[in-house]
Each structure stands twice: as C-alpha cells, then as structure tokens.
Design a protein around this ligand. Structure first.
Ligand SMILES: Cc1ncc(C[n+]2csc(CCOP(=O)(O)OP(=O)(O)O)c2C)c(N)n1
Ligand SMILES: CC(=O)[C@@H](O)[C@H](O)COP(=O)(O)O
Ligand SMILES: [Mg+2]
Length: 637
C-alpha cells in the first residue's frame, strides 16, 4: 500500500522514519504531477516544497500552530497532508479545491493568501495576538524569495525584529526564482548567503574527514548533520537578518528532510523570531519543469504528465500576445517608451519588449507600489513608462496611482491584464476592482478595447497622453474577431442600430459581444436598439450624454465591478447634466466569487444576453413594473 494512502492528517507523519519520509516525498511528487497535469495549477512551486512541508507538519502542531503560506500557491502539499487528497481531482474547478489556502476547506488554513508578501504581517499579528491572549502557540510563515521582494514583507520584518519574545518562525523558501530568476539586491544577498565560500570550504573539510571516520549508516549521517549545523552557525554569514536583530538559521538544503527538520526544531525552541533560510528547487523531480527556463512550470494549464507538453494549444491569440506585439512596434517608433513589470515579465507579455529593448525594460520584483511611483519618476525624467500588471495587483498601488502619477500629472500608461472575471484562481484574482477605484482618480483616461484593432489604437493613444495616467484594460481570454463599427461619433463607436431610439446598450471591452447579443434579442422583439462602445470609458465622452438624451432606457454592460464601475460613472454624469433617462448597470456584484470557470461565473451572475435582454424587454414594455434595482438584482443572482 502506498504510504500516501495512509496519510489522513499531520499526525500520521509522526512515526515515519527517514527512508519512509523519502519514499513519501516521492509519492507526493508523483501525485502532484499526475493530478495537476490534468487540472492545471501551480505545479513548479509545489514540487519544490515537498520535503519542507513534510518537515513543517512534523515539527509544528498544525492547526494549533498556524502555518501561513505567503501567496498560497505553494500550499498543495500542505493540502495533501491535511486530508484533502481527494479534492485534487477538481482542483480550481467549481465545487472543487481552491488553488490557495481556504478556511472553508480546513482548519489548517488560517490565511486565504494569494496576493504576495503579506504573510509576515499576518504571522506577526497572530503571534502578537496569541501572546496577548496567553496562548502557547508558534506561528510559522513560509515566504518565497520572490515574495520577500515585496515592501510589505520588509515593513513586517522591521516590526518583528524589535519583538524579541515573539514565537514566530519565518521560513524563507529560496528557490532563486519568482517566475523568472528573482531580481534585486535582496536576491543577491540571498545568493551570497547561499554560496558563501567559507561555509562550502568547511563542508569540504568535513566530507574529507568523514571518509576517515569509522562511523557508518545513521550514526554517520547524524554526525555529519550535527557538524554541518554547527559549522553554519560559526561560519555562514548571518547577514542582513541578523543585523536587523533576528536570529538567522541557514542556509539549509530544503530537500534534505532531516536537515530541514533539525533547523525547524531549533527555530521552534528558540522562542523568539527566527528566520530559517531553506534552499529549494522549483519544479524538482519533474524533468520538464526543472529545465523549463521561462518559469519552471510556475503555473500550468493541462499538460502531458510525462513530457510536460501543453495538451490544448489554442491557435487563437490572447489579448496578452497582441498587447505584447503592439508594444514592441511602439517601442521601435518611440525611444522614450519604457516598460515596467512587477516580477511578471512573461505573464504580462513584456518579454518581447525586453528582448527587443533590454535596457528599456525594468523588472522591479513583486513591488507594485514601487513600480508605480518609480514610473512617475521615469515620466518626470522625460520617458513614457508602460506599467504592465494584472488588474487585481494594481489594488496594491492605488495610492501611488493617485498621489504619484495623477496628482503630479505624469504620463504613465497602465496596461491591466486579467481584467474582469478570470475564474479558476478564485476571488482574489478576478480583475473586478480596477474600474471602480480608477473612476475616482482625477484626470485618468481608461480604455477597454473590444478587439485587436481597438487594443492597438488604444495603446497608441495611451502612450500619447503625456500629462495624466492612462489605462488600457483587457481580459485573460482569447481575442474575439474584429468587430467593426457602423459609424463613429467623436470617438464613440456605434456597432449596431435598428428601429426607433428606444434602448441604448453601452458595452465595454470583452462584454461587447454580449452587448451585441442583447441588441439582437431586443431587435428580434421589435424594440429599437442602438449599441455603442465608447472604447474610452473614462473620462465620459460628452457624446454619451447626447445619446442618452435620445433614448428611453440605457443598459450598460461591463466586465468589472458594478458598484462604482463604468456604468455607475456614466449614470453619475447623466445626473450631473440633469438627464433623466433611466440607466441600469450590469456587471460583477460587490461580493467575492468562488473559483469556477469564467463561463460558469458569468452564468451564475446572470451576465448572459438572455437575462439582460429579459430585463430590458420588461423595462421597455412595462416600465412601471420593473423595480429601480432590477438590473443590479440580476447580477447578484
Ligand atoms: C501582490 C502580488 N503581485 C504579483 C503576484 C503574482 N505572483 C504570484 S507568485 C509570484 C512569484 C512568487 O515567487 P516566490 O515568492 O519566490 O514563490 P515561488 O513561486 O518561487 O515558490 C508572483 C509574481 C501576486 N500573487 N501578488
Ligand atoms: C499565484 C499568482 O498570483 C499567479 O501565479 C497567478 O495564479 C497567475 O495567474 P495566470 O495563470 O492567470 O497567469
Ligand atoms: Mg521563489
């Protein structure tokens, strides 16, 4: 019987000997490869933390001792060891396991992380809280070298370092990579800790001595490890962490389970804040991942479990690809255009720009706030920065968008990928907050292009704006075919017109095809429709006000948060101009969405042409009978 079948919870790990643990680690890797290759998910990060997670669960008493996984994408092994093996068949699917820690799944999950660099603050708060309430618990934070580049992590370190009796163990899981190799001074510092020559020379000496000792088997192993640990304390540079006043243990070979356990035990006994520096290999044990230069299989779709080749290669291009190509073309024409990524060069499509213009591309680490403020500086120095970032991660840098870019009237372009409902990564990764938060930024321009042509045009227009923030947002899906306008009125594209001017459908970005379907359904019912795409949704184009005056009802559809979103902004402008045409906004309600496919989520929210058209027909035929909030109701289904 495989050992893994006997593991129902961390207690089942207690009696395993070293050989059994090694076998179990192998079984877990096979389990991960076989399952994640079928569902997709964060394979590489999890293959790297198998021994580390086994050791964590043997040394600490989870859930009494909380284990907080930074970002949380590397918590699959933790899930396997805490009774959730069966759930992997539906990982990240509707009704299945979340791709991140989830409190509804298990008491072992304390923090539903997913946005990076917050674990140390969480752990500090938990540990401080337990100390105040007199509970004897140790809190563990597992943070990657990438997540350690985030400013929040350093705000926490600064605060932790002065609390000498805080029972807090920070495990720095150093695999040298975020997606690509982790960049920056900290990464360099970790490398120097990893490769310090004095420690290596000391180890060589021990190895040579060992060949002359009479010890064999486990005794030799114990002896060797004891010496290695002692040697590290004496010879290895404690560096930055120790200088800040924290105890540093490491560097530890993260795939040597005995060594990891020993270090964690030592850290637990210490009773104050300790950083345990563990070296791991992203993608370990799966050849295709180990040699995958781009990201070591950080996040995969469905793949062949032997070769690692993607199973479904969609020949159609995604929004990211098209943006990527347009930006290179712009870069050739405009020497002042520079690009910034917060550790996501390939996922945001900036790798092409980086290949063409390496000296004009900046990877700042997982540091969105810095990325945006630094962009303001670059703009003030005469350049035009393009900050390419996932919509959800811009939340981190809202203040910098307002204070550093908008207030200073700097020409910075934000390209927001993964805008709208993304689905399988769960609540936190839907890009549904950008329009609401950006709507309140004075002077900001925002475009939601509907197809490739409009994306190219919007991007060019955005980089021409030299005195204000400009934003181009698009989703994760593949691109729809080009949708040509029937005519254009001062920048507002009219996509369809039929009959009397009864219903004005205003559709944005990826929801333009949905708007077209709504329009068709209405004209099939004999209702006059005008369908428009403003392309530039912010600031509101005055043409929209004229169009609003000419219609009886306005329906706005957007793939973003409905509260304070684009429809809502238009509605406010109408009121400001005393235009009383009723407007109903359809978009994503203000609640957290469970993980599921994009299609399933949109269906659940009633964001289908059938539901929207049903509302519009009712509102036109029986205006008195339709409640004022009906549009919002259907999106809260
Ligand atoms: C605030 C924020 N920005 C960007 C990301 C996207 N992201 C997820 S994992 C990751 C790299 C993490 O690297 P590391 O912490 O070293 O973990 P590893 O995958 O190497 O285990 C990035 C950039 C995120 N989750 N949160
Ligand atoms: C953990 C994290 O934040 C990213 O890895 C994210 O899951 C990537 O999303 P995509 O797969 O949409 O690029
Ligand atoms: Mg890493």
């Amino acid at each position: 019987m495989p050992l893994l079948d006997r593991i129902r919870g961390p207690r089942d790990l207690e009696d395993l000997n070293r050989d059994e643990l090694i076998q179990l680690a192998e079984e877990i890797r096979a389990f991960l490869v076989s399952n994640v290759s079928r569902t997709g998910g964060h394979l590489g990060p999890n293959l790297g933390v198998v021994e580390l997670t086994l050791a964590l669960h043997r040394v600490f008493d989870s859930p009494k001792d909380p284990i907080v996984f930074d970002t949380g994408h590397q918590s699959y092994v933790h899930k396997i060891l805490t009774g959730r093996q069966a759930g992997f068949a539906k990982l990240r699917q509707k009704g299945g396991l979340s791709g991140y820690p989830s409190r509804s799944e298990s008491d072992h999950d304390w923090v539903e992380s997913s946005h990076a660099s917050s674990s140390l603050s969480w752990a500090e708060g938990l540990a401080k809280g337990f100390r105040l309430t007199g509970e004897d618990r140790t809190v563990v934070a597992v943070i990657g070298d990438g997540a350690l580049t985030g400013g929040m992590a350093w705000e926490a370190v600064n605060n932790i370092a002065i609390q000498k009796d805080l029972p807090l163990v920070i495990v720095a899981n150093d695999n040298g990579r975020s997606y690509t190799p982790t960049v920056g001074g900290l990464a360099r510092h970790l490398t120097s800790l990893r490769t310090d020559r004095r420690y290596e020379q000391g180890l060589d000496f021990i190895r040579r001595t060992m060949t002359q000792t009479p010890l064999v088997g486990p005794a030799a192993y114990e002896w060797f490890h004891g010496l290695k640990t002692g040697l590290k304390d004496v010879l290895a540079p404690q560096g930055l962490f120790a200088d800040l006043g924290m105890k540093y243990v490491g560097p530890i070979d993260g795939h040597d389970i005995v060594e990891v356990e020993r270090a964690l035990t030592q850290a637990k006994r210490f009773g104050g804040p300790v950083i345990v520096h563990v070296l791991t290999q992203k993608g370990r044990g799966f050849a295709a991942a180990e040699k995958h230069e781009e990201d070591r299989f950080h996040s995969v779709g469905r793949i062949d479990e032997i070769t690692g080749e993607p199973i479904l290669v969609n020949p159609q291009r995604a929004w990211t690809d098209v943006f990527s190509e347009h930006l290179v073309a712009i870069g050739r024409e405009r020497e002042d255009v520079v690009a910034i990524t917060a550790a996501m060069l390939h996922p945001t499509g900036l790798h092409r720009f980086a290949e063409a213009f390496p000296e004009r591309t900046f990877d700042v680490g997982i540091a969105e706030q810095h990325a945006v403020a630094s962009a303001a500086g670059l703009a003030a120095a005469g350049l035009h920065p393009v900050v390419a970032i996932y919509s959800t991660f811009l939340n981190r840098a809202f203040d910098q968008v307002v204070m550093d870019v908008a207030l200073h009237r700097q020409g910075v372009t934000f390209v927001l990928d993964r805008a709208g409902v993304t689905g399988s990564d769960g609540a936190s990764h839907n890009g549904v907050w950008d329009c609401s938060i950006l709507s309140v930024v004075p002077g900001l321009h925002l475009a939601a292009p509907r197809d490739e042509v409009r994306l190219g045009e919007a991007l060019r227009a955005a980089v021409d704006i030299a005195d204000a923030p400009s934003v181009v947002r698009f989703g994760k899906d593949i691109l729809p075919p080009a949708i040509e306008a029937v005519r254009s009125i001062d920048g507002v594209d009219v996509l369809a017109e039929s009959g009397e001017r009864q219903v004005l459908v205003v559709a944005h970005g990826a929801f333009v095809p949905l708007g077209l379907e709504v329009g068709e359904r209405l004209s099939d019912q004999g209702i006059g429709v005008t369908l428009v795409d403003p392309v530039w949704a912010l600031p509101v184009n005055p043409v929209m006000l004229d169009l609003a005056r000419e219609h009886d009802l306005i329906i706005s559809v957007e793939d973003s948060g409905v509260v304070g979103g684009l429809g809502s902004r238009l509605s406010q402008e109408l009121r400001r101009h005393e235009i009383d045409t009723p407007l109903r906004e359809f978009g994503v309600p203000d609640r957290f969405l469970g993980h599921a496919s994009r299609g399933q989520i949109l269906e659940e929210l009633g964001l289908t042409s059938q539901e929207i058209a049903r509302y519009a027909v009712e509102a036109v035929l029986r205006p008195q009978a339709v409640p004022a909030t009906a549009g919002l109701d259907s999106s809260e289904a």
